[in-house]
Design a protein around this ligand. Structure first.
Ligand SMILES: Cc1cc2nc3c(=O)[nH]c(=O)nc-3n(C[C@H](O)[C@H](O)[C@H](O)COP(=O)(O)OP(=O)(O)OC[C@H]3O[C@@H](n4cnc5c(N)ncnc54)[C@H](O)[C@@H]3O)c2cc1C
Length: 231
């Protein structure tokens, strides 16, 4: 949910953690252990059901635990990194290795987890009233969903927020909401997203990304940096 794959495809091997073992979620006291392929949404709802607080601001972020850790996914003031206790990775030389808290670095949409595969992670959460937690999670879900494009194909927000500003607000202020190239369009609902028609190509999206970046630089004087990855 954070990658744009070029029309030519990927030259190389793409690893998909589809085996059930990579989707497991276990609760051990205040700790949640989840496989790298587990859905982030399911980890959030499971934690909340067990009265464990911390991850509920991440509800409605699509994707997996591995993807969330790689890019330190976050929303509404929280991010996954702040609750992460350890991560098990598998490297290109075939070794498994556990990284503990003091070896992990997380910042805005970045981490130092650039290994071949994140296969498991452990989160240490805080006990809270499950009913209050469900209420908070539902509120977060409504706030997030109301700002996301509905019924469209899209990746996440295309650009990072520059310091002190929101990328979506800059794009909107530059008059670019609804701008279209081929089958790609800047979302009318949230200018941070590019939505794709069924006949859209990756090259349409790339051309629109360059156009938006150029226009925001010219009209607003800000150089936007990509948040999504282009493969
Ligand atoms: C509608 C919508 C809303 C979104 N809202 C938010 C938001 O509020 N906040 C936010 O932070 N993001 C948001 N995103 C972006 C996206 O959901 C997150 O970045 C998500 O964490 C990506 O996870 P993924 O599993 O889809 O990773 P992918 O997109 O598949 O991969 C992203 C990167 O992570 C790496 N990666 C993935 N899995 C692993 C693994 N197991 N081991 C090692 N590396 C791995 C990939 O190689 C790639 O480099 C949104 C996206 C959409 C479509």
């Amino acid at each position: 949910s954070n990658i744009l794959v070029r029309d030519e495809g990927v030259k190389g091997v793409v690893v998909h953690l589809s085996a059930p073992a990579f989707h497991e979620i276990r609760i051990e006291g205040r700790r949640v252990v989840a496989g790298g392929g587990a859905s982030l949404g399911r980890v959030v709802t499971t934690s909340v059901r067990y009265g464990l607080a911390g991850l509920e601001s991440l509800i409605a972020i699509p994707g997996t635990i591995g993807g969330a850790l790689h890019g330190n996914a976050g929303a509404q003031g929280g991010d996954i990194g702040q609750w992460t206790r350890s991560v098990t990775i598998f490297s290109t030389d075939g070794q498994a290795d556990q990284r503990d808290r003091d070896e992990l670095q997380f910042s805005y949409r970045r981490s130092n987890l650039d290994d071949l595969a994140i296969v498991e992670a452990e989160f240490e959460l805080e006990e809270d009233d499950p009913r209050e937690l469900v209420r908070r999670m539902q509120k977060n879900w409504i706030v997030k969903k109301s700002a996301q494009p509905l019924g469209h194909q899209c990746a996440g927000c295309v650009f990072k927020n520059p310091s002190g500003a929101a990328a979506a607000e800059l794009i909107e202020a530059a008059g670019l909401k609804g701008t279209r190239i081929g089958g790609a369009m800047v979302s009318e609902r949230h200018a941070g997203f590019i939505v794709a028609d069924s006949d859209c190509t990756a090259s349409d999206v790339l051309r629109l990304i360059h156009f938006v970046r150029d226009q925001v630089r010219e009209r607003m004087g800000v150089e936007l940096q990509l948040e999504i990855e282009i493969w």
